[in-house]
Design a protein around this ligand. Sequence first.
Ligand code: ZN
Length: 342
Amino acid sequence: MDDKPGPGPLSETSEFLFSFGVIADIQYADLEDGYNFQGNRRRYYRHSLLHLQGAIEHWNTEGSPPRCVLQLGDIIDGYNAQYKASEKSLELVMNTFQMLKVPVHHTWGNHEFYNFSRNYLTNSKLNTKFLEDQIVHHPETVPSENYYAYHFVPFPQFRFILLDAYDLSVLGVDQSSAKYQQCLKILKGHNPNSELNSPQGLSEPQFVQFNGGFSQEQLNWLNEVLTFSDTNQEKVVIVSHLPIYPEASDSVCLAWNYRDALAVIWSHRCVVCFFAGHTHDGGYSEDPFGVHHVNLEGVIETAPDSQAFGTVYVYPDKMMLKGRGRVPDRIMNYKRENTFRC
Ligand SMILES: [Zn+2]
């Protein structure tokens, strides 16, 4: 296997700065293999842990180790809740992550909420907000406690933002809370089906129970961070469990209000790429504003003889995703100043 930083001669034109790892939808459970809801994709519940171990061994032995790894959510499968194995499975996966020699940032997906309440997650090892970097004298860039999001700087002039795509959701929230009622109203307002996980007949098929959205409060915070990054000429990487760009995703898997998130991102020049999980099949598209949307292939639907993770090598003019197994390579050039639209 090729372990050189960057896939090919293009990387020789500029200086390598740093790298980071990406992995999505591990969905571990101590179960026999099964199938997805549609019955057309095999799920390797036990082997997903071995896939994770393989990725960690790879990152640990790279000549120039990644600065961090981004775990894009759905770390254990919802089946664990049914078998009362949520805590045990989480512990097993987290013990595996302990072998990683660099920090890991955990995103929360729907399967986190099938297993745990938001309150539980906040107090668990899946809360990596302690890894956040704060911008002094800019209180507007400090996230509120109402959602799980933060930003950090793994390398000077490169800011990473972790978003909470289940900020608006009926999952993991106390059903007696006002927020639950508000989210249920949004969901039912767009989805008249009695089974709220069904997108059948919907003009906006992303309005299903297994998705969620971004509150205006979180989007305002994102806008403030991106404003700071623009001013300081930083490059920004955003991660979220749910994708936000239709061309890169199955329409049923998008965040409820993906358009609102895109509108914020498109009003800034600093965002280079947006990484998401959730779809399992993977996807990629560069949007009209030059933002690269990468939906990572999910570990859970990856055969034992393959792999599903990637390492992104960062250069002054581009990021290069070197995919492993069924994750394809991608070259993500930064947008040119003169193509930026206000
Ligand atoms: Zn998911």
